[in-house]
Design a protein around this ligand. Sequence first.
Ligand SMILES: Cc1ncc(C[n+]2csc(CCOP(=O)(O)OP(=O)(O)O)c2C)c(N)n1
Ligand SMILES: [Mg+2]
Length: 380
Amino acid sequence: MSQKQAAPTKSRVEAEEQSSSAAPPAETEVTDEINPAQLSLDHEKLKQQQKDRIAKLDKETLQKLLYQMILVRRFEEKCAESYSLGKIGGFCHLYIGQEAVAIGALSALRPDDYVLTSYREHGHAIVKGMSPDEVMAELYGKAGGCSSGKGGSMHLFDADKNFLGGHGIVGGQIPLATGVAFGTKYKGTDQVTLCFFGEAAVNQGAFHESLNMAQLWKLPCIYICENNQYGMGTSLQRAMSLQDVSQKAHAYEVASEFVDGMDVLAVREAVQRSVERARQKYLPTLLEIRTYRFMGHSMSDPGNYRTRAEIEKHQERDPIKLFTESLTEQNVIDQSTIDEIEKRVRQEVEQSVRFAEESPLPDPKELYTHVYANPVTGDK
Ligand SMILES: Cc1ncc(C[n+]2csc(CCOP(=O)(O)OP(=O)(O)O)c2C)c(N)n1
Ligand SMILES: [Mg+2]
């Protein structure tokens, strides 16, 4: 008689490293019912956790994080306005509500680390060091854009800044990032690669193949699932059998954590732990960062798959509002600091629109440059 196999352990890596994994909170189920008392309790609890983290950081770092979140928010509000005016065409996916994820995560990196992400990438690109001018011009389809106006919103790219896109194929960037991490390890550098993707990408085979190889080959890649709970108009509940995304790492013995994506400092700390694991031990990590997008999937989303009440419930935990309140209560900033940040941001965003408006359209002669053609068949 065959011996009964022992139940699989949760994760060998987790057990070894005592990573501070937290289980997703039970109350994450989305309902239309709003309980103001519960909301205010949640808000206070989250603020207290954030305050404990604030106490560990210097004023300059904290103010920079707030400035970056406000810059990305205002930049995208301007994108929405310009899109409605017909100045931006094609697809345009806004990141409003999710800012704490990119800003917290990128604050844990060195400039020479790599970042790859999906089409919801305006914020990642700006925080990785690309100028709002070249990003806005790209959205306008102008020659001054980072991809010479030929890529648009979904194809921001800057190899000099180690920002490798901007990808329109759901999950397409996951194997690419795995390859980038392989490349840095092969060359013997200690750079790490951050790969962002939505929770719908987790159902793609490419995600599973990448995690398997990353752990097997010990690659310094950090997989960040920005779980905003929807893939276009389909909720996570309707599309995924195991909704605790962080648990999927256990199948490959990859270390994982569940993180509150509305707290910029919680994200920063989780990514710092992952970066250390990647730089020092060449080990991958999967982070499930739970967040919510306040706008539609793209600018053309009628939004009839969720209620206004559901959106408002999540807006109570707006990451910028939460961080501003915590910083104010901790005396790190006051109203005059907030006004200064808003003024500086307004000028930068207005400047980016001026730059985009004044930049010429791409020269028609450029039509076939940078276009991939198969050298064997000649297919475009
Ligand atoms: C391989 C592939 N299948 C389908 C699509 C169409 N599509 C574009 S975005 C999207 C939803 C992706 O949702 P998620 O990964 O959660 O990212 P989010 O948009 O929420 O940031 C789908 C299905 C695509 N671009 N690529
Ligand atoms: Mg999603």
